[in-house]
Design a protein around this ligand. Sequence first.
Ligand code: F6P
Length: 319
Amino acid sequence: MIKKIGILTSGGDAPGMNAAIRSVIRAGLNAGLEMYVIYDGYKGIIDNRIEKVDRRYAADIINRGGTKLGTARLPEFAQSEVQDKAVEILNNYGIDALVTIGGDGTYKGALALSRKGIKCVAIPGTIDNDVASTDYTIGFATALQTVVDCIDKLRDTSSSHQRCSVIEVMGRYCGDLAVYASLASGSDIVISRENPMTEEDLFEEIKKQLKMGKHHIMVLVTEKILNVHELADKITKECNIEAKSEVLGRIQRGGTPVALDRYLASSMGVFAVDTLMNGQTGVCIGIVQNELVATPIEEALQMTNKSNKFIKHMLCRTR
Ligand code: F6P
């Protein structure tokens, strides 16, 4: 039986992480467990930045963006000696279980610690929606709303000036933010890893849409595929329309979590504590077809993302 649970957030922050922290703390305390917070991800274990908390710690954070615990990326945590040090420090506190909130880097850390005897459950918290073992990650819905709000604003100026806006959207190696935002914002073209397009095809498509009578064009591009500034210059030269590039950047990660992210975070938090209390370890929580599930992290890390193959067709049909 576990007695003490530590909780940490790691990787890029995501709106809704605080709601998950609150839920884990409250669910643990209500089950009679001792709850500990760890600051700045796995680094906080190594640096001994660990604190026992009561229910007041989780008060008034359900609606706050970012993460109260702070976050960090710690590539050195891949090293076995660093993991051993973490296990030793957790053992000194008597912390026998961890809930870690983040993306796949966070999952790898949890898997490593679970193999070394600390019971670990991971919760998917990232705006990228790039965790294949869940339909949605905490933070995705809020970031999507932020992206769509930004595109709405860009649409005003793009249409007033009859320009082509080329907009870079976050997502790391996953196109979900750009793909969902394209349909939700009425954008004209989306380029993501799952929906690639050559420059020549893009120019042809823009020319075709201008011929159809469009007087401005919105193109969304997932980050890390191409340089949107260079692409805008090329479109200006090739397509007889002035193109401007925009990088939405970390604005996409901030802000008050929308209700759906708070709902996901709160339900996954309770489920994570129950999962640990049921004796499971090395698993990650997900929501699949509206059911909370626990999947072995090892399996989750090997799954590939479900991409929206119909997006081009849908954009065409709604043009
Ligand atoms: O994983 C979330 C994310 O925002 C990605 O979309 C992006 O590629 C990355 O983090 C940026 O991270 P950082 O703020 O550390 O540069």
